[in-house]
Design a protein around this ligand. Structure first.
Ligand code: NOJ
Length: 556
C-alpha cells in the first residue's frame, strides 16, 4: 500500500462549541482554539477534525448548515479560520473539515428557494413527494430525532408536497440523484481545499442514496408509530457510484484525506468503501464498539470486532480507531471505570486505540479522562436525541425513572459538556454562562490538575503519540490477536520485518490470570510503556492488575 501522510496521523477532534470561549458569550470559538493550539502541539497530535463550524441555526449544533462557505458568527469569521489554519500548519498540524451532505439546514438558501415553488431552480436539490391518497405521509419512516409526531416527512403548505428529513424537520435531506446538487457539493469541497484544508470527514455518507420508491419499512415501528429502520436507509445500492463520483471530481485531485462516518457498515462491507482500488474513501469509522447500545460490548466482543476490522486494513483499506466522539458517551465512563480506576482505565483504552491498526482519533477531553454527566432535569439537556426520546417515551406512558436510566448514560450531551481547563469558575471554559452545564467533577478532573498529577493521563497520551511516531510496527505492522477467548485480557502483536511489539491489557476491574502463549514465553521482551508505576517490567508473570496496560518490544 502506498504510504500517505494520514497513515501516520493522530487526529484530535474539536467540538468547537465546547472547547474554549474567548469572548465570554458561553460558546467556544475559533480565537479560543487559536489560544489552545500550543497545547495540542505539546500533546503531539498532527491533525485536527473540526465538527461543523459553518453558519448554522444550531438546531443540531452545526450539523444543520445554512451557509457551506462561511463560518458561524458565534465561532468567528473566515479570517479567524485562516489564522487557525495557518498557525496549525506552522506547527505541523493539519486540519480536516466535517462535511454534511445528507441534509442541509432549512435556512440554507438552497432550501429557502426550493420551497418557494415547484418550478424553482433549487426545487430538486431536495426530496419532495406527494402524500398518500388520504393525505398522509408517503411512508412510515420516522425521523431519527423522534421530533414532533415522529415522521421523516414534513408537509409544505406552500407547494403542497412533503419533503424528506431523516433528522429534524429543520434539516431537509439533499437529493443526490440531481446532477446540479452533486456539482454544488463538489464545489463546496473545492472551496475549502482551496482555502488550504487537508481533508474531510463525511457525515452519514451511507445515507446519501435513498431507497428506490421510498417503500414502507417492513420491520418493527418505534414508540411513536414510525420506523427508525436505519438498515433500510443506509448503504442502498448505488451509494458506491456516488462516493466514487466525489473521488473522481474532488478527492483524487488533491493530497487530502477522507474519513467517512460509516453508519451500518459491517467489516465485510467496509473494503468496498476503503480499498484504494475502489477509488472511494481513504478510511471510515464504524460503530461496532463505539455506539449507544444499552450495554457496551464485552471484552470478547471487543476482540472479535478488532480481529475482523484488522482484516480490512490487511486487505488494503484503512480505519479510524476511536472509542468516543461528540455523539457517544465519554469512553472512560462507558468502557472503563470512571470511579476508582479512572486514571488507569483511561490510559488502557488509549493504549489500545493508539496501537491497533488504523489512525487513532482523540476526542477532546479524553486526554484528561473527562467523564459522563448526569443532569436531573430535561431542560438541562440540549441533545436532540435525548430531548426527543424523552418526550416520545413520556407520551407513550413509560415510567420516568426508567426513561432517565435509559437516556442518561448514552446522551450525546455527555461528551459535549465544556472542556475542563482548570479548577476555576466554569472549569476555565468561559467567563460567561456556558451554553451547556459544566461537568460538576471539574474541580477534580481538569487539564491543570491532570498535568500536575504524577499519574497524568495527558502525559501518557504524549508518550503513546511519540511511541507511534518512533515505532513503525504500530502504523505498518501486521496484527495478531492472542487469547481471543480470554474474558478479560486483550493481547496482540504488531509486527514488521524489523520490529515486534506486544500489547497486553487487562480490560477489567479484577486481577487477571494469563497463560502466556508459547510465542511469548520463548523470547526475550523488554517493556517500553506501562500505565502503572508499581508493576514488574516483565512478561514472566501470570497475574495482571485491574486495568493494567503495557507494551513490550521483542529483543534481538
Ligand atoms: C452524525 C453527526 O455526528 C451527528 O452529530 C449528527 O446529529 C448527525 N450525523 C446528523 O448530521
Amino acid at each position: 500500500m502506498k504510504k500517505r501522510w494520514w497513515h501516520d496521523a493522530v487526529v484530535y477532534q474539536i467540538y468547537c462549541r465546547s472547547f474554549c470561549d474567548s469572548n465570554g458569550d458561553g460558546i467556544g470559538d475559533l480565537p479560543g482554539v487559536l489560544q489552545k493550539l500550543p497545547i495540542l502541539r505539546e500533546l503531539g497530535v498532527n491533525c485536527i477534525w473540526f465538527t461543523p463550524i459553518y453558519v448554522s441555526p444550531q438546531v443540531d449544533n452545526g450539523y444543520d448548515i445554512a451557509d457551506y462557505r462561511d463560518i458561524d458568527p458565534a465561532y468567528g469569521t473566515l479570517e479567524d479560520f485562516r489564522q487557525v489554519l495557518e498557525t496549525a500548519h506552522s506547527m505541523g498540524i493539519r486540519i480536516i473539515m466535517d462535511m454534511v451532505f445528507n441534509h442541509s439546514s432549512d435556512q440554507c438558501v438552497w432550501f429557502r428557494e426550493a420551497r418557494k415553488s415547484r418550478d424553482n431552480p433549487y426545487r430538486n436539490y431536495y426530496i419532495w413527494h406527494n402524500g398518500k391518497p388520504d393525505g398522509s405521509e408517503p411512508n412510515n419512516w420516522g425521523n431519527y430525532f423522534y421530533e414532533g409526531k415522529g415522521s421523516a416527512w414534513e408537509w409544505d403548505e406552500t407547494t403542497k408536497q412533503y419533503y424528506l428529513h431523516y433528522y429534524s424537520k429543520h434539516m431537509p435531506d439533499l437529493n443526490w440523484e440531481y446532477e446540479p446538487l452533486r456539482q454544488e457539493v463538489y464545489d463546496v469541497m473545492k472551496f475549502w481545499v482551496e482555502k488550504g484544508v487537508d481533508g474531510f470527514r463525511l457525515d452519514v455518507f451511507t445515507s446519501f442514496k435513498k431507497p428506490e420508491g421510498f417503500p414502507d419499512y417492513p420491520g418493527e415501528l418505534g414508540v411513536n408509530g414510525y420506523a427508525q429502520g436505519r438498515e433500510q436507509r443506509c448503504n442502498v445500492p448505488g451509494i458506491h457510484e456516488l462516493i466514487h463520483g466525489m473521488y473522481e471530481n474532488v478527492f483524487s485531485k488533491y493530497d487530502i484525506m477522507t474519513v467517512g462516518e460509516a453508519s451500518r457498515v459491517s467489516s465485510r462491507m467496509a473494503p468496498d468503501y476503503v480499498r484504494a482500488a475502489r477509488q472511494e474513501l481513504d478510511s471510515i469509522y464504524h460503530f461496532e464498539i463505539c455506539n449507544r447500545n444499552p450495554a457496551p460490548p464485552t471484552v470478547l466482543q471487543y476482540k472479535d470486532a478488532q480481529i475482523r476490522w484488522a482484516k480490512v486494513v490487511e486487505n488494503g483499506g484503512w480505519l479510524a480507531q476511536h472509542l468516543s466522539n461528540h455523539d457517544f458517551p465519554r469512553q472512560v465512563s462507558r468502557f472503563g471505570n470512571d470511579k476508582e480506576y479512572r486514571i488507569p482505565s483511561a490510559k488502557l483504552l488509549a493504549t489500545l486505540t493508539h496501537t491497533l491498526p488504523g489512525t487513532p482519533y482523540v476526542y477532546q477531553g479524553e486526554e484528561i479522562g473527562m467523564t459522563n454527566v448526569s443532569f436531573d432535569r430535561i431542560e438541562d439537556y440540549n441533545d436532540q436525541y435525548t430531548v426527543g426520546q424523552y418526550h416520545a417515551l413520556m407520551k407513550a406512558g413509560v415510567d420516568e425513572a426508567a426513561i432517565w436510566q435509559k437516556l442518561r448514560p448514552v446522551s450525546r450531551d455527555n461528551p459535549r459538556t465544556p472542556y475542563q481547563w482548570s479548577g476555576g469558575e466554569n472549569a476555565g471554559f468561559t467567563t460567561g454562562t456556558p451554553w451547556l452545564k459544566v461537568n460538576p467533577r471539574y474541580p477534580e478532573i481538569n487539564l491543570e490538575a491532570d498535568r500536575s498529577h504524577p499519574q497524568s493521563i495527558f502525559a501518557y497520551y504524549q508518550k503513546l503519540i511519540a511511541l507511534r511516531r518512533d515505532n513503525p510496527a504500530i502504523v505498518d505492522g501486521t496484527f495478531h490477536m492472542f487469547l481471543p477467548e480470554h474474558p478479560q485480557v486483550v493481547m496482540y502483536l504488531r509486527r514488521t520485518a524489523r520490529q515486534t511489539l506486544l500489547i497486553v491489557a487487562n480490560f477489567s476491574d479484577n486481577s487477571a490470570m494469563v497463560e502466556r502463549p508459547q510465542e511469548v514465553t520463548e523470547h526475550q521482551w523488554h517493556r517500553i510503556l506501562t500505565n502503572r508505576d508499581d508493576t514488574t517490567p516483565s512478561l514472566m508473570r501470570e497475574s495482571w492488575l485491574p486495568w493494567e496496560a503495557e507494551i513490550y518490544e521483542l529483543e534481538g
